[in-house]
Structure formats: C-alpha cells, structure tokens
Design a protein around this ligand. Structure first.
Ligand SMILES: *Cc1c(COP(=O)(O)O)cnc(C)c1O
Length: 391
C-alpha cells in the first residue's frame, strides 16, 4: 500500500489493525503482557518461531501501529519507538557502537545530545569529534580508522544551519560509516533523509509528531537489517527505554494531522521571519527560506519548506533579549518546540547554558539570540506580542 499513497493518506491509513470490535479510531492497548493459548505457544513466541506479542517492553500493538505509520512516512523498512528523543539517540549509539569506536558529529546539535556524546559515551570509551555542520570537508578530515558513525541535525538548533545530507552520505558510504540524521525539525513531510542517502533517521516525537506538547516519545528508523539485527532492537528489548502504549497512541493520532500542521507552522514561520528582518532592533534572522540564509540554495533543494523554527538576534545582548521574552503575553516562555502554541527561548541561558561559553561562541549562540518555535496562532497576534519588547 505504502508505495502509491501520498503522505497525508499514509498518515491516516497505515498501522491500522482493527480488533474484533471494528473500532474506527485506533484502539489503545494498555497491557504489560500478552496471554498465550498454551505452553507450546509461549515457547514458540519466546524462541521467535512464532510472531506475536510477549511483553510490552519490546512490542505492543499500539506502539507497533505508531512504528508502522512513521516508517511509511519516512520511507523506512523499520522503526523502533523509544520513550524520548534522547533515548532514541542512546539506543542508536548503544546498539551500533562498541568501546573504542569513534563518532564524527555536527557541532550544532541539541544540547543533551552533545552531553550524551561528551559526558556519557566518552566514559564508555566512545569518543566524538565535533565538526562544522556546513563544511563537508571537515567531516572527511575528521574520519579515523575507528569512525563508525556520522551524526547530524538539519536544520540545526537554534541557528537553522543546513547540512548537506547527500554529500555527507557519499563520504560516509565510501568510508563504511553509518550516517544518522536527527529529522526532528523537518519531519518526513519536509525532508526524507533516507532517500538522500542517510542510514538512520532519529526523531524526538515529543516535538512536531505529537504536535501539541503532550507527551515524550522518540524513534529510530532505517533498514530492517541494521535496526533489528544490528543491535538497536536488542538494546531496546534488554534495556527498556520503551515508548508507552498511551504515548504511542497520542503520537499516532498526532501523525494524522502532521502534514497540515507542518505546512501551517512553515507558512507562519516564513511570515514571522520576513517581518523580523524588517525590524530595526533585530540584527539578524536565521530561517532557511530567507534569501539571506547562508545555505538558502541547499535548503531549497533539500527540504520542501523552511519549517517552524525562526531564530533572531536583537541589539543589546542578553538584557534586550530577556526584555523581548518578558514583554510577551501570548507566546509561552518554554524550551519545548513543535507545539501548536508558539514558544520562545533564550538559548544562551537555557538550552545551551550547560555547554561552555567557548563552545557556545564556536557554535554562534550569542547573548542576543532568541529562538521562536512558531505555532499555529494568527501571525499578526504573534507579531504584536514580539513587537512590544522590540521597541
Ligand atoms: C528535543 C530534541 C531532542 C530530544 O528529544 P526528547 O524527546 O526531549 O528526549 C533531540 N533532538 C532534537 C533536535 C530535539 O529538538
């Protein structure tokens, strides 16, 4: 079915397995374990000779429905759902890597991902070299004999830098390295990394896939062989960073409106970015669809539109940035993104506060920088809300 249908159709009709009651909306299976008809069936299930559910740490029908639907949208053979975006990254790295392996990662990553690589994986003798998100040659130059994984986000948080997935996948392939792309900002509606040559897609389902800021969730997607036999599924089954059936159901239903929402987020964000560029107290605006964006041309061919995140720098550093935040009445002061409600953050003192000033400077996270995750409100109301603090 998946081969012929458009994303908005797949988001409604894949992963549907009706129970004997023929419910129209997907059922939620809140159960920790599953009953066998006999001792022989239990044995067959445990040995893997018979397919079927055993225990919800590793499979549950509601979670499977979510996995099937997201896999159809990403064009992936397989999907493994996890309890959060961070546990998806943990499952991916613990599943694929061993002590002594090396990662080359974009310098412009989500703060907790940097901490995972630098402070946790490092203790297990997995080292990471951080390179520029946009300089393809620096990835090539950072490869060591033990490099196993390239890891990036595009567009990046918060500066919306665009990494060239196609070019980096060529370098990775030649060197026998897996390329993992955190597709949180674009979602499969705007960008399909596997089609561009990536081996693995990571999601924080907490963001746009849910889309209303309700639950945490995550996913790892890619070839069946890599996910199921390559150790990622084994890690989930053994260690248990499992997506709950309730959260899976919320996100499964969230996927049904993903295309509509992403297109609306994108259209609102573009209007906000253009308006911000015209404000005298705004020194810079970072948004992939603006002609002023350094990788505008690459963004135009790699992703369908700019997405919902706009970052801008105000004159006057931290004090001025905080004034913009504290003058809002509508926009929520919170670090989450991908919510229907717009959210505003000061990266230097929140999401990126735990990394050193030196690393922040290298990443371009200045004190005057603000990130707005543009929601689904009327653009004129959002503009009025920011205007108060900008003047
Ligand atoms: C939020 C986020 C994560 C982590 O996801 P959680 O669900 O919060 O664990 C990873 N990558 C990106 C780009 C994110 O925005």
């Amino acid at each position: 079915m998946s081969d012929h249908l458009q994303p908005e159709t797949l988001a409604l009709h894949t992963g549907v397995h009706r129970s004997q009651f023929n419910e129209h909306s997907e059922a939620m299976y809140l159960t920790s374990s599953f009953v066998f008809e006999s001792a022989a069936q239990a044995a067959a299930r445990f040995s893997g000779n018979e397919p079927g559910n055993i225990y919800s740490r590793f499979t549950n029908p509601t979670v499977t429905a979510f996995e099937e639907r997201l896999a159809a949208l990403e064009g992936a053979e397989a999907c493994i759902a996890t309890s959060s975006g961070m546990s998806a990254i943990l499952a991916c790295t613990m599943g694929l890597l061993s002590a002594g392996d090396h990662i080359v990662a974009s310098r412009s990553l989500f703060g907790a991902t940097v901490n995972l690589f630098n402070n946790i994986l490092k203790r297990f003798n997995i080292d990471t070299t951080f390179v520029s998100a946009t300089d393809v040659q620096s990835w090539q130059a950072a490869i060591q004999p033990n490099t196993k994984l390239f890891f990036l986000e595009t567009p990046s948080n918060p500066l919306t830098e665009i990494s060239d997935i196609t070019e980096l996948s060529k370098i990775a392939k030649k060197a026998g390295i897996w390329l993992a792309v955190d597709n949180c900002f674009c979602t499969p509606i705007l960008q399909k990394p596997l089609e561009l040559g990536a081996d693995i897609v990571i999601h924080s389902a907490t963001k746009y896939l849910d889309g209303q800021g309700r639950v945490l969730g995550g996913a790892v997607l890619g070839k069946r062989e890599l996910l199921m036999d390559g150790g990622i599924y084994g890690f989930l089954r053994t260690a248990g960073p499992t997506l709950s059936a309730f959260n899976a159901w919320v996100i499964l239903k969230g996927l049904e409106t993903l295309k509509l929402r992403i297109e609306a987020h994108s259209s609102n964000a573009l209007q906000m970015a253009q308006w911000l560029e015209a404000q005298p107290n705004v020194t810079r605006v970072f948004y992939p669809s603006l002609a002023s964006h350094p990788q505008h041309a690459l963004a135009q061919c790699q992703q369908k539109s700019g997405g919902g995140i706009v970052t801008f720098e105000v004159k006057g550093g931290k004090e001025a940035a905080w004034r913009v935040i504290d003058s809002t009445r509508l926009i929520s002061i919170t670090a989450n993104l991908g919510d229907a409600k717009s959210t505003l953050t000061h990266p230097a003192t929140t999401t990126h506060a735990r990394i050193s000033q030196e690393a922040r400077d290298a990443a371009g996270i200045t004190d005057g920088l603000l990130r707005i995750a543009v929601g689904l409100e009327a653009v004129q109301d959002l503009q009025a809300d920011l205007h108060r603090g900008l003047t």
